[in-house]
Design a protein around this ligand. Sequence first.
Ligand SMILES: Nc1ncnc2c1ncn2[C@@H]1O[C@H](COP(=O)(O)OP(=O)(O)OP(=O)(O)O)[C@@H](O)[C@H]1O
Ligand code: SF4
Ligand SMILES: [Mg+2]
Length: 313
Amino acid sequence: MIKIENLTKIYSTGVVGRGGIVAVDDVSFEIKTGEIVSLVGESGSGKTTIGKLILRLIKPTKGKIYFAGREISRYKPLEYYRNVQGVFQDPFSSFNPIYKVDRIFENVNRYLLNLPKSEFWGKVEESLKSVGLNPRDVLGKYPHQMSGGQLQRTLIARALVIGAKFLVADEIISMLDASTRVDVLNILGDLRDSMGLSILFVTHDLSLGYYISDTTVIMYRGSIVEMGDTEKVFKNPVHPYTKMLLESVPTLDRKWKPSEEIFKVEGDVTSFKGGCKYYSRCPFRKDVCREFDGKLSEVEENHWAACILFGGD
Ligand SMILES: Nc1ncnc2c1ncn2[C@@H]1O[C@H](COP(=O)(O)OP(=O)(O)OP(=O)(O)O)[C@@H](O)[C@H]1O
Ligand code: SF4
Ligand SMILES: [Mg+2]
């Protein structure tokens, strides 16, 4: 469905001769039809940049993105956005507070679909129901009369009305309370199963990624450090960064206690140019890691990691 090939995005710093910020650094992965891929990593690791590149909100510095086998820049905007849509963290920012919620649907019909009114509103009601909303609780209301969870579901329904096949969901549940989070996650899972919707689920929360995704991609400073079947990445993590992230997930059955092996870094922790990006934070680092090219190697079927300890050169 979506294929990302050697994608790089360097943001200009605006200072001549200073280079730029490498937000995404030679990233390749694929999202298949009816698959949920979670993109996980700490703040600034490049997750949103990848989402924006897929949504054509920014242009890549290098590399290509394909949708249904065709490079995304070759689609006309209307054709592309009929298929690929995004939902973001703050649902309130997607609505204009002075208009009723209906307006986001009206605009869809005006600019994208041009269906007869009765057919269109029938579709809206159907989509609202498929995300667990009663159309009467949504239509005719102002955004401030609805909860964050209702607004987020309304935005997902909007993507469904459009008939999108691929959804970029960037931290869409971070602002919701715990029980609403699970509801929205379940809706995404149901849409994948019933309609074959493909989703890039961007999150910094590993447990949410585990709950919902088929494939997990772990990013660190613009690069993929580990990816593969979610079960394999979580049950058999091999990259020290993934291990550290997993150790950091709070669980109800234990009080927080750092694992010495994963967190303790001794000696010089100054960073350097080249080599493994995780070097300065890695408890397992060796001199040879300074020469590591950061390429992914296969750990097992459908599971790759970029660490010299696990098959790198
Ligand atoms: N418009 C921009 N101009 C310059 N630098 C940017 C711009 N947008 C993002 N960056 C930088 O690119 C890097 C990646 O940012 P990005 O927003 O993709 O990270 P993220 O993984 O989504 O983080 P978060 O979890 O905080 O949302 C960061 O270093 C960020 O400061
Ligand atoms: S390559 Fe070396 S520094 Fe990098 S994660 Fe692996 S062990 Fe750590
Ligand atoms: Mg982000």
